[in-house]
Design a binder for this molecule. Structure first.
Ligand code: PEP
Length: 264
């Protein structure tokens, strides 16, 4: 496949997404959001998004609605509405002002047997209701060691492409999250990330050049204030999905400012 440099075509601003996972409570969230607002208000070229557990979406809406920070959820139902106990629909997320939703995070895929088909349905539900899906893709350590990481990620993308069309990526975010890097303290090297991000951009470009230009590709997996600048400077990395460090306002702010520094 032709190796094309898309860095000049990727639109700014960069995107940094906080994935709080199942952490927080009203009091802690209030303090953390207050610190986020203060430390991130000067960002001009970086959009920050906070993805919190469902019960706190109203709190996010209340606290963030007059800030430069957007918010979203960590999952969404694959169905529109109906007898699906415990599920939360895309329309419900919109009721709380969400504009983004994480889809297919490996922690859900592993612990809740999320299939590629389910993920594809969730993706379409999100877009149908005006949410930007943040689709997580990535390989296990075994798959990387076997050298099949591009096959694995390609198949994860095909699940969306085959059901819909590559055009859907024009208004979506893909987060490359090597599973071995999530929560382990062992981030991908800039070279590993560069190669996979180029593979993803080229795959979408081979099907729909406009979508490839508009698509944002984030890197997620043990991003911290020490490695953020180097990772954000990598070609085709348009920001990050941040787990652990998003729970600490100092660390998260340092990562967001590193993304800002690399946004052109
Ligand atoms: C994540 O939750 O997707 C993630 C990347 O977590 P961490 O930053 O803790 O590795």
């Amino acid at each position: 496949m032709t190796q094309t440099n898309y860095s000049a075509l990727t639109t700014t601003p960069n995107l940094v997404v906080a994935n709080w996972k199942m952490h927080g409570n009203f009091k802690q969230n209030a303090a953390l959001l207050g610190d986020y607002i203060e430390k991130l208000s000067s960002l001009k070229r970086t959009q920050v998004v906070v993805c919190a557990p469902y019960p706190y979406l109203a709190q996010l809406q209340n606290k963030l609605q007059s800030s430069n920070i957007a918010w979203g959820a960590q999952n969404v139902a694959k169905n529109e509405f109906g007898a699906f106990t415990g599920e939360v629909s895309a329309a419900m997320l919109r009721d709380f002002g969400c504009t983004y939703v994480i889809i297919g995070h490996s922690e859900r895929a592993t612990a809740y047997c999320e299939s590629d088909d389910n993920i594809a349905c969730k993706f379409v539900q999100a877009q149908k209701h005006g949410l930007t899906p943040i689709l997580c893709v990535g390989e296990t350590l075994l798959e990387r060691e076997a050298g099949v990481m591009e096959l694995v990620v390609g198949k994860q993308l095909d699940a969306i492409i085959n059901l819909h069309d590559a055009a859907v990526f024009a208004t979506a975010v893909i987060s490359y999250e090597p599973i071995w890097a999530i929560g382990t303290g062992l981030a991908a090297t800039p070279e590993q990330a560069k190669s996979m991000h180029l593979f993803i951009r080229n795959k979408i470009a081979s099907l729909n050049i406009d979508a490839a230009h508009q698509l944002k590709i984030l890197y997620g997996g043990s991003v911290n204030p020490q490695n953020a600048l180097q990772l954000c400077a990598v070609e085709n990395i348009d920001g990050g999905l941040i787990g652990k460090c998003s729970l600490n306002a100092e660390e998260f702010s340092a990562i967001c400012h590193a993304a800002e520094a690399s946004a052109v």
